[in-house]
Every structure is written in C-alpha cells, then in structure tokens.
Write a protein that binds this ligand. Sequence first.
Ligand SMILES: *Cc1c(COP(=O)(O)O)cnc(C)c1O
Length: 388
Amino acid sequence: MPMSHVQAQNSSRIIPLADLQAQHQRLWPELQPAIDRVFATSDFILGEEVRLFEAEFAAYCHASEAIACGNGTDALELALWAIGVGPGDEVITVPNTFAATAEAIVRCGAVPRFVDVDPQTLLMDVCKLESAITPRTRAIIPVHLYGSCADVSAVMEIASRHGLSVIEDAAQAQGATSHGKKAGATGRAGCFSFYPGKNLGACGDAGAVITSDRQLADRLRQARDHGRAGKKYEHAFVGRNSRMDSLQGAILRVKLRYLDAWNARRREIATMYRDLLAGTSVVPVAVPDTSEPVYHQFVVRTAEREALRRALDEEGIRTGIHYPIPLHRQPAFAPYVSVAEADRLSVADATAGQILSLPMYPELADRDVCRVAASISQCRPAARIPAA
Ligand SMILES: *Cc1c(COP(=O)(O)O)cnc(C)c1O
C-alpha cells in the first residue's frame, strides 16, 4: 500500500474523547463472572458485592467508611443533609463545575455561594474564600476538577477557624492526592460519582460518600435507605431511596483493581501532551504542586477555542468543553447570585470560553497522542491567550 494511502487511512480514524468500549472489551473475562455471581444470588440491591465494594473503596481511600449510594449527585446531597445543612444556610463552592455540585446545595434547601477560581489551576481560589463566608455559611465544597485536588488543607484551615465543615466533591478525582492524602479523605466527607465516564466508572449510575466520622457514616447508611433503623420496616427518620445496585458493586470491585494502573497511564499521556504542546498556541491547565492528579480530563486553554475545536473535529479528533457555562450564568442558579457577585467571578467567566478537553483515556495509544498534538501544532491561531 502506498504510504500516502496509509496516512490518509490513519488520519481519518476517529479519536474519541473517551473510550469505554475498549475498557470493557478487555475486562469482559472478569466482568462476566462478577455479573454472574450477582444473578446467582439475585441479591440485587445493597447486596454482598456492595458491602465488599464499600470496604475495598474505603481502604483504597484510607477512610474508615464508604457508604455506597445511587449516584454522585445523591452522594453530595446526602453528605450535606447528614451534616445538618438545611434552609437558611449557605454553602460555598466554585462556579466552574458540573451542575450537580450546586444542585445538591439547593436540594438541601440551602443557597450556593460561589467563589472564583485560580487562573492557573481553575481550582477554588483559597485567597478569595474567606470573603465569601457569612454568618449563614455552614459548609464549603471544594471541587477536584479534572482530577486535580484543590488545596483541601488550606480550605480546612479556614473552615475550622470559622467552625465550618468541608465536603469534598471528588467525583472526578478517584485516586488523586492532596498533600499526600487521597481525594475525599481530608474533609469531613468526600463524595464520589461512578458515572460510567469517570476514572472509576460503573455500568450505570452509582456513587459513594467516604468519611472517617462513625456517627456521620451511620446517619448516611440510614438516610440512603428510607431512614431505616436496623430492622426492616422500622424507620427512624424520613430518608430517601438512594441505594447502589449489587451489579454496579460487583463491576466496580473488578475495576477498582485497575484504577492505579489506569491513573498512571493517564499521567503518562498528560506528560506526553505537555511535552508535545509546549510552544504551541494552547496552554495546558496547571496542576497545583500540592496534588498528584489523575487527569479525568486533560484541558488546555486557547484564545480560539471554536476554530481549534472545528479543525480537530475535521481531522476526526473529538474534544469536549468542561464546562461551557459557569453555574452563576445558568438560569437554574442565577437566581441565587447577585449581579455584583456574578461580576466578581471573572476568572470563571473568562476561562469558560477558552477551555478545551482533549482525548484522554488509559487505552489512548502514544501515536494517537502524537496525532492530536500534531493537529494542534498545525493550527495557526491569530491570537494567543493573554498570560494569566
Ligand atoms: C459527575 C459529577 C458529579 C455528579 O455525579 P453523578 O454520578 O453524575 O450524579 C458531581 N460533581 C462533579 C464535579 C462531577 O463531575
């Protein structure tokens, strides 16, 4: 075959943003018997596989307890509710996150207060945190966006000075560390999503809260299961139904054993991207030196996002935007934010139009990383992003 033909064929192959099929094909020999085990018992909800996953995930995170639940949004809502957040309270978080973070706050009857993010890392700007605290503030939710941990220790220090709780949104950061501690393990509780596309993903919806507070863990276990008090059909309080399926527990137990290797490969890909993209018009989002990241997404900033995105798409390279509209600009959350407050969130506003997520998944081949980087290098933008 002539070389030009091979190249044409190669460059027309689609490089997706993420590839779950590749993962599941490889794991199928282990997933199938795990699924069979659940069918053999027909213990489909909060069964033995969920109990084992809870123990294994807690150990993995160096937390004393993990409480499995229906999804990551519920994990946040349950954690906030369990620490006593309710009507009249305010909870501080960042505006550049998935809607679920603020949704959980509003679902508890509280009001979300947004603080801006650091222009290099796009994580909570701890310098701006204290000025957002009011007499109504009850809790702070730092978000470990893209798999890099916000500086939880710094947040904890401010929180303890004001008597506030810290709930970590670790939905994108399974296995990442902050000051050497696993994501989710420093705050009063850490919340995880196992949405299929997360670094550790179920084959459906699933989530968990981790904590080392025994009483909080007990309250969470009851709350996710109708406020059930020990015996069936005895209810201590009005809870809800947010239980993990045993099938998801069984699948997550198989995948948890691969998480460190997958995260290591994600870091390897990120290093390649950084080397190959140096000197081009795009600037990778920085990782704070207090965190070992797990690159849920590899995000770059560019002054001409739409043009670059279109050019890559034409080459068969799929990209994403996480997230295009900051929460204080969303109809759902704007009612909770004054105009003056919204205007202070200038980093979140400015970067929302610049960020672009590049293909990132453990099965991504070196040659595909090179192809993505080469395609970006070939794009000649008219402008560069101003140095932050
Ligand atoms: C995925 C995600 C959630 C919500 O998790 P679900 O399992 O989809 O409910 C919350 N916060 C962040 C930052 C997320 O990425």
